[in-house]
Every structure is written in structure tokens, then in C-alpha cells.
Design a protein around this ligand. Structure first.
Ligand SMILES: O=C(O)CCC(=O)C(=O)O
Ligand SMILES: [Fe+2]
Length: 325
């Protein structure tokens, strides 16, 4: 979400790489269990080193993923005037379209009535019950993975006493994305930029790419790596606001989408986003001599607003330009 550019010129070629793969499907994975403590260590390490990891999570079944992408294809077949009826009171939360990219945005996609509001925007007479159910189920189940990751990371940094307050301070938006390469594209081998390099501005993002590759992530040592699509897993990624909340202890990586070939690419992203009026401020527990406070407290909406300005878009890091001390 929230694309900005760190690359003004087109990009160095990415190399294939396997991100840390962490299993969240174990039935004994409950707070307090030994499995939980084991996984927590891996989560923290991956988020410190890469700002992201691959998560296998079988609560979202293959069948449910299949239904989601059938729904996604159906939604993108709607006429453009209909797609544009997906609007939101929040900036950038509705239907978006630029160059090869377009996406729908569904606020509070883990709440059935809200998903119903979305399908009613597109089918005003009676919505679309089956699509609403599919999207709701997917988001609700996937949000369980997102909550586990946030619990683990907060426990791991010794700030568990803020967990409930923190979890209550966010809600979710689900984005359904389509990337199309024009049929008359001259060179099939040449990569085309589907989504410019950016860091996400929210807390945590959970991505899933359906069959067609394209997602690339920049490592701390500035190498671009390709994240292969996998039908069994999701990519969990840190956004700038989690980085700020944790006083820079985790890394929010630049990432982008590069398209090769002519296949249409579909992906989904579940974003946990601070609610309106929430201030992001790192707890004192995370500040000491070795870790001086890095960011001033900020209102998430002010940060987004800064990001929509030329200064925000052109900054190497919008978070640092906006909030660094
Ligand atoms: O389509 C993708 O895989 C990535 C999308 C993304 O980075 C975003 O929406 O912020
Ligand atoms: Fe993103």
C-alpha cells in the first residue's frame, strides 16, 4: 500500500532468494506454549534481518484461496465505471488504478457487514453474498495470523502489557490487486514495473501472490530479491509504523512489483492500519542508552498526509523525513 519511489531510474535485476519460512500451522501454537516461544524467536530474527518472512498458515485452506482468486477475477471483469464505485471515506482506501496496476480496497474486511457494504457498492441491488462470504472468511482467518505475529513481536521485546491497547488501535483493509501487461508490449522478456519501490506505511502487511511472480524485496544490504509465489504460504511484512512503534528494532523493507511475460498477475494484501487519531509512540521500555529514541510521536494520518506531498514522496525514507529525531 502507499506507493512511493526510492528508485528514480529503473532497477537493478533481482536475484532469487528464499526468505525465512516460518510454520504457523501447528495446532499447539498458542501463547505460552513451548512451540509459541520457539516460533517467536524465528519471527523476531526474520523481522530484524529482513523485515519480512514467508508464513505457512493452513487455517486459510487452498480451497478458500482458490475461491478468493475466482472472486478477484470476477471483480476485475466488472466495467470500469462499476469498479470506480468502490470508494472510501479514507484517502487511498477505495479503487485505485495507475499504469499496469489496479486494486479494490475493502475497509474492515474482517467484519461481514463491511464486506457486504463493499459488494453493495458494486451490485447496489443485492450485493453479492457469495463473494462477500469468501472475502470475509479469508480476511478473518488471515487476521488471526497477523495478530499472532504482533503478539509474538511485542512479547519478544518485553512490551506485552501494551498488547491489548495496541491491537485495539488498528483495523484492517484488504486490497485485491491486478497487474496487466499490455498485449502489444514489445519485448516479452523485458521486466516492467508494476508497482514502484516503496515501504508500507501501516503496521503489518500480509501478501499473497497468486501463481504469477513479481514481488521483489530489498535487503538491508540493498540487494533486490525475488519472492516466489507459493500456494501454501503468505508473506508477512513490517510497515513503517511498526518500525516506529518498536523504536527501529524491526526493519520495514522497500519492495516493488516487476512483471515479466504477459500473464495477468493477481495478489492480495491484508494491511493492519492505525485507526484515525491514534498516535504512534515507542514505549519507554524500548529506549535506553544503546537504543536512543529515534522518532517523535506522530499521528498516523499526519504521516499519510506528509507522504502525499512532494517532500514525502521524494524522500529516501518518508518515515525518517517525517518523524526522525
Ligand atoms: O502485489 C504485491 O505483491 C505487492 C503489493 C504491495 O506492495 C502493496 O500493495 O503495498
Ligand atoms: Fe507494499
Amino acid at each position: 500500500m502507499d506507493s512511493s519511489s526510492s528508485d528514480s531510474v529503473l532497477p537493478v535485476v533481482a536475484v532469487s532468494f528464499q526468505l525465512p519460512l516460518i510454520d504457523f500451522s501447528d495446532k499447539t501454537l498458542k501463547p505460552g506454549s513451548s512451540k509459541w516461544d520457539e516460533v517467536k524467536i524465528d519471527v523476531r530474527k526474520a523481522l530484524e534481518d529482513y523485515g519480512c518472512f514467508e508464513a505457512s498458515f493452513d487455517k486459510v485452506s487452498l480451497e478458500l484461496k482458490k475461491s478468493v482468486f475466482e472472486a478477484v477475477e470476477e471483480l476485475f471483469k466488472l466495467p470500469v465505471q462499476t469498479r470506480q464505485r468502490n470508494v472510501s471515506s479514507k484517502p487511498y482506501h477505495g479503487y485505485l488504478s495507475h499504469n499496469l496496476y489496479q486494486s479494490f480496497g475493502i475497509d474492515d474486511a474482517n467484519v461481514f457487514d463491511k464486506v457486504n457494504d463493499f459488494t453493495r457498492q458494486l451490485w447496489p441491488d443485492h450485493g453479492n453474498k457469495s463473494i462477500s462470504e469468501t472475502i470475509h472468511q479469508f480476511s478473518e482467518k488471515l487476521s488471526e495470523l497477523e495478530v499472532m505475529v504482533r503478539r509474538m513481536i511485542m512479547e519478544s521485546f518485553g512490551i506485552q502489557r501494551y498488547i491489548d491497547e495496541h491491537l485495539n488501535s488498528t483495523n484492517y483493509i484488504l486490497r485485491l490487486m491486478e497487474y496487466t501487461t499490455p498485449l502489444d508490449a514489445d519485448d516479452e522478456e523485458e521486466s516492467k514495473l508494476g508497482l514502484r519501490a516503496h515501504t508500507d506505511k501501516n503496521m503489518i502487511t500480509i501478501l499473497h501472490q497468486h501463481q504469477v511472480e513479481g514481488l521483489e524485496v530489498k535487503t538491508k544490504d540493498e540487494k533486490w530479491i525475488k519472492v516466489k509465489p507459493s500456494q501454501d504460504s503468505f508473506i508477512v511484512m513490517v510497515g513503517d509504523s511498526l518500525c516506529a512503534l518498536l523504536n527501529g528494532r524491526v526493519f520495514s523493507p522497500y519492495h516493488r512489483v516487476m512483471l515479466t511475460g504477459k500473464k495477468t498477475r493477481y495478489s492480495t494484501g491484508l494491511f493492519s492500519v492505525p485507526k484515525t487519531g491514534v498516535t504512534i509512540d515507542s514505549p519507554d521500555e524500548l529506549v535506553d542508552e544503546e537504543h536512543p529514541r529515534l522518532f517523535k510521536p506522530y499521528d498516523y494520518n499526519d504521516f499519510l498526509h506528509f507522504f502525499s506531498t512532494e517532500a514525502g514522496r521524494s524522500a529516501q525514507s518518508a518515515l525518517h523525513a517525517f518523524a526522525a529525531l
